[in-house]
Design a binder for this molecule. Structure first.
Ligand code: 5RP
Length: 233
């Protein structure tokens, strides 16, 4: 039976069937999409495809540079053909929780600048209702305590600063992350995203609603591609 790492590799590689010559690609962040990025580099070297990537984090930028994938920066990224990225959870409507790796803000910018988005995941990420994974929210590093108080009025569980109070996790944008324990209760992610975004000091919410078009999911039974019926793929 395939181990967790092999499942990630299978999903990451299988998603590259959506990659074709000439595409501009959003390159996600995380341990699953890492395998897609390695596969894209192989396709460039061995199959001669020409693509340009837009990395969603400094980690992904370093990896893509190391693999010699041609890159474009996020500030000039519009109208990308496809983003491939991981997720912490996906639900039956293909809505997502993202940000376990802390890159949610740039991930959402790049995904929204793309004409389609494919998520790579193993079967543990598939849920009926979002929220079992603590919802990551990027916040302004000065206002984080006010934002935490604001979110506590909405979130039924704990709202924790990622890292330690004295040594918080810092994002690529110099923000902090609040991890919010909603539990599997997020049945209307769109309205929750809107409500949280209205709190001053919130930079981005790790809910990706109506953005993902397909999930390439690896399980012990093999790799399955779930395509959103009314999506863009
Ligand atoms: C980073 C993310 C990741 O895509 C998400 O956490 C999934 O990562 P992994 O494939 O390592 O489980 O949202 O901000």
């Amino acid at each position: 039976m395939a181990g967790a790492e092999q499942l990630k590799e299978q999903a990451g590689i299988a998603a590259c069937r959506f990659v074709t010559d000439g595409m501009s690609l959003g390159l996600g962040t995380g341990s699953t999409v890492r395998y897609s990025i390695i596969e894209i580099a192989r396709m460039i070297k061995e199959e001669g495809i020409e693509v340009v990537g837009v990395p969603t984090s400094e980690d992904t930028k370093r990896l893509a540079e190391h693999l010699e994938i041609p890159l474009r920066t996020i500030d000039v990224a519009t109208n990308l053909d496809l983003t491939i990225d991981g997720a912490d959870e996906f639900d039956p409507k293909f809505d997502l929780i993202k940000g376990g790796g802390g890159a949610l803000t740039r991930e959402k910018i790049v995904a929204k600048a793309s004409n389609s988005m494919v998520v790579v995941a193993d079967e543990t990420k598939q849920v009926s209702t979002l929220g079992g994974f603590d919802l990551p929210i990027e916040v302004d590093s000065i206002l984080w305590e006010d934002v935490r108080d604001g979110i506590s009025g909405i979130c039924p569980g704990e709202v924790r600063l990622r890292g330690e109070d004295e040594d918080p996790y810092i994002t690529d944008n110099q923000g902090f992350i609040l991890d919010c324990s909603f539990g599997p209760t997020i049945s209307n992610p769109e309205s929750l995203e809107r409500e949280i975004s209205e709190i001053p000091g919130v930079v981005e919410v790790g809910l990706f609603v109506g953005i993902c078009d397909a999930v390439v999911m690896a399980s012990s039974g093999g790799v399955e591609t779930l395509v959103k019926p009314d999506g863009r793929l």
